[in-house]
Design a protein around this ligand. Structure first.
Ligand SMILES: Cc1cc2nc3c(=O)[nH]c(=O)nc-3n(C[C@H](O)[C@H](O)[C@H](O)COP(=O)(O)OP(=O)(O)OC[C@H]3O[C@@H](n4cnc5c(N)ncnc54)[C@H](O)[C@@H]3O)c2cc1C
Length: 372
């Protein structure tokens, strides 16, 4: 008999949830993690008494009651509701586009007035297209929401995000730009959302409770590369191209650079997320982390605050791989790796890096729950 049933490479949400369910089903697991800490990209660093989302702001949201009940069985979730605000030339607009936004943009106070205004705004774009399909993102956005919203809230932000002009970006990137004719700033339509009370590390610690974990161990440079000596099965949550030694080439990613600042004031922007939608401001968003976990006047209990400016940057070697680029080149390469993965015996490839697929947190948990 081998020492473990499963060796799990990576302690992100996929690896940690897998280990949790495997343990509950009587299997012995070892989790190895190349970073110095557990938790993958949901890991938070506590600075000045504030949980800083080190790898980008994470908001848990789901419509799946089983997933919600499960995560709440591990750690209680707070009442955080994501209501981002956009700053354009110093004026603030609520997001997603709703009656508050339309009031701020045009002073309209009823849904009827708002519909009329949006139709007026779209009329030019419709006339210009004269029946043909939009050729690029700019044409598509103008058709969906019209001039003012596009120029003030979509254009600059999107161009910063993609590093290209909206006239050079394909129209399919923005299939829909939902507008809400109600006063509702809640970004998500899901029934459940929140942040773990005490931060995401509590969720990871709860999932990994009672499971042997080793940090600062890179699978490829460790004795566990020869995993069959130690375990019946391998769960691999690292990059799929690395597993196969990049034999078909490297997969490409988009990434974001975070610039953190500790400020000697208790409240910088009064909200967790503020988008900067002007092209001239180099960052896309400022995250103020304390607002994920403290509400109302409680934010003043800590005299300091921590903000992160987010800069979309071109991915180069050594950076964090954040978003897969699902274009033709990368699709072709990943399909070849997936074929190799299908032929591996007793190896489970799971999670965003091994599947080369963007997943929110809840679907990751759902996938593991469905496995068991
Ligand atoms: C910027 C950003 C913001 C996001 N915001 C949200 C949000 O608001 N809401 C939401 O629901 N989702 C969000 N997500 C998605 C969320 O981060 C993922 O769903 C989740 O992290 C996926 O978990 P994972 O285990 O697949 O991957 P990861 O968290 O990346 O975990 C993989 C782990 O494997 C380790 N590893 C890799 N290779 C090796 C190796 N060779 N040896 C040992 N260990 C290895 C890595 O170090 C890492 O810890 C966001 C993602 C990004 C990029």
């Amino acid at each position: 008999m081998k020492q473990y049933d499963y060796i799990i490479v990576g302690s992100g949400l996929y690896g940690a949830t897998f280990a949790h369910f495997a343990k509950n089903n009587g299997y012995k697991c070892l989790v190895i993690e190349k970073r110095e800490h557990l938790g993958g990209n949901v890991y938070c660093e506590n600075l000045e008494g504030i949980n800083v989302h080190k790898y980008g702001a994470h908001i848990f949201h789901t419509n799946n009651k089983d997933v919600w009940d499960f995560v709440n069985s591990i750690v209680e979730f707070n009442r955080y509701t994501n209501c981002p605000v956009a700053n354009y030339e110093g004026k603030l607009y609520n997001l997603p586009f709703n009656m508050n936004t339309f009031y701020q943009m045009w002073g309209v106070v009823s849904p009827e007035e708002a519909i009329k205004k949006i139709e007026e705004q779209r009329a030019d774009a419709l006339a210009r297209l004269n029946g043909r399909e939009p050729l690029n993102l700019e044409e598509q956005a103008l058709l969906l929401v019209g001039e003012d919203i596009y120029r003030k809230l979509v254009k600059g932000y999107t161009e910063k995000q993609w590093g290209r002009s909206c006239t050079e970006l394909p129209s399919f990137i923005i299939r829909r730009l939902p507008v809400r004719l109600v006063f509702d700033n809640n970004y998500f339509n899901d029934s459940y959302q929140g942040i773990p009370v005490g931060g995401y590390n509590k969720l990871i610690d709860g999932l990994l409770d009672g499971i042997e974990c080793k940090t600062s161990v890179d699978f490829f440079n460790s004795e566990y590369r020869d995993w069959k000596k130690y375990a019946e099965k391998l769960v691999y949550t690292g990059p799929i191209d690395e597993y196969f030694n990049y034999q078909y080439g490297k997969l490409q990613w988009r990434t974001v650079k975070f610039e953190n600042e500790v400020l000697d004031i208790p409240n910088f922007q009064g909200n967790a997320v503020v988008n900067y939608t002007e092209r001239e401001i180099p960052y896309t968003r400022i995250i103020e982390h304390k607002h994920f976990e403290s509400f109302g006047q409680d934010v003043y209990a800590n005299s300091k605050t921590i903000i992160s400016k987010e800069y979309p940057v071109e991915y180069t070697e050594g950076m964090e791989p954040y978003y897969p680029i699902n274009d033709q080149r990368n699709d072709e390469i990943v399909n070849k790796y997936r074929k190799l993965a299908d032929n591996e015996t007793n190896v489970i490839f799971g999670g965003r890096l091994a599947e080369y697929k963007y997943y929110d947190m809840a679907p990751i948990i759902e996938k593991v729950m469905n496995y068991f």
